[in-house]
Design a protein around this ligand. Structure first.
Ligand SMILES: Nc1nc2c(ncn2[C@@H]2O[C@H](COP(=O)(O)OP(=O)(O)OP(=O)(O)O)[C@@H](O)[C@H]2O)c(=O)[nH]1
Ligand SMILES: [Zn+2]
Length: 359
């Protein structure tokens, strides 16, 4: 069938379905029906219950620790769905926002026997869809037949590793800016239906030199609203100013809001920070790693623009290591220390203590 979507396209569809609250099917013969805990609605939950079987809510090991549930699978726990559990229960188990007000969700019965591979794949998918990392999983005997009968998106197991897609330049135009009149904005689109990212080229750096480069991760609160909780806004503007003064440089604006967890999850993390957790603890309580960004994207876009050597503006040694690994040689790390104040002092100290940033 010539028009049949390939595995990468089916994965993109599956992510959209999960965000919509539509279930997806994993596996060919024996497989599973998967619904994201965050978007599961009462009708679909009722339909799922009508199918019988033993639905399970898969949560991360980190979330299980917070809920004092035994995570026999290590990085995840399979919580048996109680007979009276509704969508509110699903969300309360998935989302730590209400933990202080409603600490008791249990007792939670977690499974010990059997394989957790399908559940691990389900969590990886909801995470990739930037939803809370919790998924309802119902085993199916004939996964392919069920998907076809219900017009659901189906993915084969094991899921292929999430590769960095190719990035194609889609449009570029002159963009004079306050910081640099000779600016040009390039938009790059990935081949996997994911987020577009932008490259701001200042001047016309020669491709065989090592220009000043900043990999900036989107921060709506800092970049646009001038939030005092982080240093992103001042870093963005200082980087552009520095490139403007030098007459050339490249700023990549990567749409990896909240270190890759998305704005909704970042706001959940901020609520937890208001309850006393630091930036790393808040990510962990939500079930995410400290940093979920894929910096290979930045390297791909730099290569597309024709660069292989850079001078990187950053205080994050991890960014330098990831660039070198991805084939972009970082000739020099140029520190970028601006925007430090009363409100973000603790945030920056935590990044230095726990994530290896240089103060
Ligand atoms: N999850 C989460 N993300 C945050 C928080 N505060 C800021 N961010 C995000 O962190 C990212 C900022 O990272 P960057 O400034 O690009 O990079 P960095 O790792 O701090 O390293 P530098 O290059 O030294 O700035 C943005 O995507 C912000 O949205 C927070 O408390 N929680
Ligand atoms: Zn920020």
């Amino acid at each position: 069938m010539p028009f049949r979507p390939d595995p990468v396209e089916r994965r993109a569809r599956a992510l959209t379905d999960l965000r919509l609250g539509v279930p997806v099917v994993l596996g060919q013969d024996k497989g599973a029906l998967v619904l994201a805990a965050e978007t599961a609605g009462p009708d679909r939950l009722a339909d799922l219950r009508k199918m019988g079987g033993a639905p399970v809510l898969a949560i991360t090991g980190r979330r299980a620790t917070t809920l004092r549930a035994r995570a026999y699978d290590g990085d995840l726990a399979r919580v048996a769905l109680p007979a009276d559990a509704d969508c509110g229960w699903l969300r309360a188990v998935a989302d730590p926002a209400g933990d202080l007000n409603t600490p008791m969700k249990g007792p939670l019965k977690t499974l010990r026997d059997g394989s957790a591979e399908t559940h691990r794949a389900a969590i990886a998918l909801v995470k990739a869809a930037r939803l809370l990392p919790a998924a309802l999983v119902l085993p199916l005997e004939d996964a392919a037949g069920f998907a076809a009968a219900n017009e659901l998106t189906r993915l084969d197991l094991p899921l292929p590793p999430a590769l960095t897609p190719a990035y194609a330049p889609v449009a570029a135009a002159r963009l004079p800016m306050e910081a640099a009149e000779k600016g040009r904005l390039h938009v790059f689109r990935p081949g996997d239906g994911g987020e577009e990212h932008y490259a701001v080229e200042i001047g016309k750096p020669l491709r065989d030199t090592a220009p000043l480069v900043r990999l900036h991760s989107a921060c709506f609160t800092g970049d646009v609203l001038g939030s005092l909780k982080c240093d992103c806004g001042p870093q963005l503007h200082a980087a552009l100013d520095q490139m403007g003064e030098a007459g050339e440089g490249v700023l990549l604006y990567l749409n990896q809001e909240g270190r890759g967890i998305g704005l909704a999850n970042k706001m959940r993390a901020y609520s937890l920070q208001d309850q006393g957790f630091d930036t790393v603890e808040a990510n962990h309580r939500l079930g995410f790693e400290d940093d979920e960004r894929d910096f290979r994207i930045g390297a791909e876009i730099l290569k597309r623009l024709g660069f292989s050597r850079i001078r990187l503006l950053t205080n994050n040694p991890n960014k330098v290591a990831r660039m070198n690994e991805a084939g972009i040689e970082v000739e020099e790390r140029v520190p970028l220390k601006v925007g430090r104040g009363l409100h973000n002092h603790h945030y920056l100290a935590t990044k230095a203590a726990k994530s290896g940033h240089l103060l």
